[in-house]
Design a protein around this ligand. Structure first.
Ligand SMILES: [Zn+2]
Ligand SMILES: [Zn+2]
Length: 215
């Protein structure tokens, strides 16, 4: 069973997700956005040990809470990121460009790859490689829970920015059509910003992926 605790944190209202298979008391944080002490306190309250930090991508607003989480943990959580975003990670996720400073926390040591299976207790989570917003963007699909954590790939009625260094709009649309629209229509999409949506809804209405806004 997968339990999901969402948070909206930081200067650009980024969604972080604390997840666990509660029978195993072992948790992961998908995109520890900001204010790591808040996420850490919630995990401690539930008696979950945060063992993993899984990054959809390395933008500063998705990793800004990692340092504070790691400061409260021994052993340190293992950090997973696609290698194509390591350069961005080393540049503090672009924080200086936006006038911010972050503590990026422990170095990523797990390389995410397309099709990789991550395990949390009895739950399996599939990694799907979805470049476009950043070169190393990935999404995390938990089939047994019917959810996909999709970072800044696709939002309710919108998509991730493609005007930033390393972004590419055609690549982003291709990632959505091949990696998101191939999931069951009822799959819940839990994005990096804004409210959740579903695959079926975005297939029908998302104006950035082959739908006209007035249709
Ligand atoms: Zn981003
Ligand atoms: Zn973001």
């Amino acid at each position: 069973m997968l339990e999901i605790i969402p948070f909206t944190l930081g200067p650009v209202q980024t969604n972080a997700y604390l997840i666990a298979d509660p029978d195993f008391h072992e948790g992961a944080v998908i995109d520890p956005a900001w204010d790591g002490h808040i996420i850490l306190a919630e995990a401690k309250r539930r008696n979950w040990r945060i063992a993993h930090l899984w990054y959809t991508h390395a933008h500063f607003d998705h990793i800004g809470g990692a340092g504070a989480i790691a400061d409260g943990l021994n052993p340190l959580p293992l950090v997973a990121l696609h290698p194509a975003d390591h350069v961005l990670w080393r540049a503090e996720g672009g924080a200086p460009l936006f006038g911010f400073k972050i503590d990026p926390g422990p170095e990523p040591t797990i390389d995410l790859v397309q099709g990789q299976i991550l395990r949390l207790g009895n739950v399996e989570i599939e990694v799907r490689y979805t470049p476009g917003h950043t070169p190393g963007h990935c999404i995390f699909y938990a089939a047994s829970a019917g959810v996909c954590f999709c970072g800044d790939l696709i939002f309710h009625d919108s998509v991730g920015r493609t005007d930033l260094p390393g972004s590419d709009p055609d690549t982003l649309v291709n990632s959505i059509t091949t990696q998101v629209f191939s999931l069951p229509e009822a799959t819940r999409l839990l994005p990096g910003h804004g409210p959740e949506t579903t695959v079926g809804r975005e297939k029908k209405f998302n104006p950035f992926v082959g739908n006209s806004p007035s249709a």
